[in-house]
Design a protein around this ligand. Structure first.
Ligand SMILES: [Fe+2]
Length: 236
């Protein structure tokens, strides 16, 4: 297998996406541009290696290369279509491989890469194939942790004097259960360990925020109640 296949795939990803925009993103402005799609793909490739580093199951060097290749190309069609982007991405990857003489991959190796890409969105399906499970898990791990705290803040009213209280509340009510739901669909122990560390980080952040806000003090609680009463008086 040629060693430059991963570099070529990254260059192809950039060439293919350059200038395109995502039309359905509304909450997180940085996710609209094509650059984000490239960065996400590179993050997923890096998570593949992090997960493998925590697994006893050993893949051969060429299996790791196939997995990294699938990670780089897995979302190549996602900027244009959200639904069924996995299958569309597999078709784009198949054409790219074909134009390049399959990069020396044999039929079985090409099939494996394309199948990993085509099936990566079916996160609810428990994966029997180890490589496919690692790719799905790596995709799930991106944008959870520090990033999800910032993303949570985009759902809130930034002008509100209770912004940090609302942030704390939404992290507790939405983000931590979201982490737990993701934990329940992960396929590999390696990814579960990484996600538990991310969840612990969010818990630590929440503990620090609670201290800084003195959120459970009586004075703070009554000020919030008062503010809600004033607001409903005006709106009523
Ligand atoms: Fe993805």
């Amino acid at each position: 297998m040629p060693t430059n296949i991963l570099d070529d795939a990254r260059s192809y990803l950039v060439d293919f996406l350059k200038g395109k925009q995502n039309v359905f993103e509304t909450k997180h402005p940085w996710r609209k541009g094509w650059e984000f799609a490239v960065l996400h793909s590179l993050h997923v490739e890096a998570y593949v290696l992090r997960i493998l580093g925590r697994e006893d199951d050993r893949l051969s060097e060429s299996e790791v290369t196939l997995l990294r290749l699938a990670a780089i190309l897995h979302d190549i069609a996602r900027l244009e279509k959200r639904e069924d982007h996995a299958r569309a991405g597999a078709e784009i990857a198949a054409e790219w491989l074909e134009r390049n003489g399959q990069y020396g991959l044999n039929a079985e190796e090409s099939r494996k890469v394309l199948e990993m890409i085509a099936d990566h969105s079916k996160k609810e399906v428990c994966e029997q194939d180890f490589s496919k499970g690692v790719l799905k898990d790596a995709d799930t791990l991106d944008e959870i942790g520090v990033m999800s705290i910032f993303m949570t803040s985009n759902w809130l009213e930034h002008q509100s004097p209770f912004f940090f209280h609302a942030l704390r509340q939404r992290l507790i009510e939405v983000e931590l259960p979201f982490c737990d739901q993701k934990l329940s669909i992960l396929n590999t122990e390696g990814a579960k360990k990484i996600l538990r560390e991310k969840r612990d980080f969010v818990e630590d952040f929440l503990a620090q925020l609670r201290d800084e806000l003195q959120a459970e003090r009586e004075a703070e609680q009554s000020l919030m109640r008062l503010s809600q009463e004033v607001e409903s008086e005006y709106s009523g």
